[in-house]
Design a protein around this ligand. Structure first.
Ligand code: MG
Length: 379
């Protein structure tokens, strides 16, 4: 049963290039399937989430993070009576625009683009991937996704001002996105905060006592688990605790979003769009735990020594390859040389690098840095 404020598939604004309906898949199911079959989606398997694969293959990569985010999103969508296929499509596509090496790669790519008076934004890049770079169909470039999926790619995590982004005018920037898209940023956060605790603990970067001291709700659950399972080993107690924390975050998001919708008196998608603020949100109480969790991960994990040393190296790889290809466009693959006839070289090189997996960019770097003095850092 869908709720009255769901973004019902039959109300979709449709595709840029009209297509005949599929006999048994809804339009949002088709969008989800197109995302799964996209090349950029497959590449997520070899893109860093937080840990590069060199560290260990036990940890999340961008693809497994994406799948976890989709699982959480579907559960929440079902409870709120939202269009689960739209939510799933948006969760599966939400990180498709990420360059290699996670946040470090993004930061490095943005920094070199700024030297050319531009910037890198993974949401805008994701839109370019689905609208242009993916080539699977005879009748059009891109995946020809429905309006709501393209809109959600742009609007799930932040607001883009109409004045600064005239190219996004079609996405009604003055209106809020449907709840299906609003959810994604928060489910993404639930997925990575809990997964990062898990991976960092497993990697022995975070210690149990520090997590307990930094995140009081985690400590409360750990005490409960210890009472119930006094004899199991620590890792299993940790798992049980993390499961409770994840469950609480999800339940709070469901209940608070439902409450916010009631309080705002929204009874249609149009009401959701016109409401002055986003309705998908955590309660104030959970906001405190969320803040503690983030703060803990920032001060103890994301900038910790094991991650930091690798970050500097990966930033250098991105920066040096960017400089190399902007100076030597003749060494780019033919399709990018063609693109360079229509677009500035820094944009073309940025697109080329952003599409790469971690291992592909390292392979390119190893070849190009061999005996070339222009490259300073050796892998
Ligand atoms: Mg994500």
């Amino acid at each position: 049963m869908l709720s009255s404020y769901a973004a019902r598939v039959e109300q979709s604004r449709g595709r840029r290039h009209p297509e005949a309906p599929h006999p048994y898949r809804s339009e949002y199911q088709r969008d989800r399937d197109r995302v799964i079959h996209a090349r950029a989606f497959r590449r997520l398997t070899d893109k860093t989430q937080v840990f590069t694969r060199r560290y260990s293959d036990h940890f999340r990569n961008r693809l497994t993070h994406t799948i976890e985010c989709a699982q959480i999103s579907r559960t929440i969508a079902a409870q709120l009576g939202l269009e689960a296929d739209l939510v799933e499509a948006l969760a599966l596509v939400h990180d498709i625009g990420h360059p290699p090496f996670g946040h470090a790669g993004e930061k490095a790519l943005d920094a070199v683009m700024r030297e050319h008076g531009s910037f890198f934004d993974h949401n805008l890049h994701a839109l370019r991937i689905v609208e242009d770079f993916e080539q699977r169909y005879a009748a059009f470039r891109g995946l020809n996704l429905t309006f709501e999926v393209r809109e959600g790619i742009i609007k799930h995590s932040r607001d883009y001002g109409a004045q600064d982004y005239p190219q996004l005018a079609e996405y009604v920037l003055d209106l809020r996105p449907p709840l299906e898209a609003q959810l994604i940023d928060l489910t993404d956060e639930i997925a990575y905060n809990t997964a990062d605790l898990d991976d960092a603990y497993e990697a022995h970067i975070l210690r149990l006592e520090d997590i307990r001291a930094g995140v009081p709700l985690f400590d409360q659950y750990y005490r409960e688990v210890e009472r119930r399972y006094p004899d199991v080993r620590e890792k299993l107690k940790f798992n049980e605790t993390l499961k409770r924390l994840l469950n609480t975050l999800v339940s709070d998001l469901i209940e608070n979003t439902r409450r916010e919708c009631e309080r705002a008196g929204v009874s249609s998608l149009d009401d959701v769009r016109k409401h002055p603020k986003r309705l998908a949100s955590f309660s104030g109480e959970m906001g405190t735990t969320r803040g503690q969790l983030k703060e803990f991960l920032y001060s103890n994990f994301y900038y910790s020594e094991p991650l930091n040393s690798e970050k500097l190296q990966t930033e250098a790889v991105v920066t040096e390859l960017f400089e190399h290809w902007t100076a030597h466009p003749e060494s780019l693959p033919a399709s990018y040389q063609e693109q360079a006839e229509r677009e500035p070289i820094h944009r073309v090189v940025c697109d080329y690098i952003a599409g790469m997996t971690d291992s592909y960019i390292l392979q390119k770097y190893a070849v190009l840095s061999g005996g070339n003095e222009e490259f300073r850092v050796k892998n």
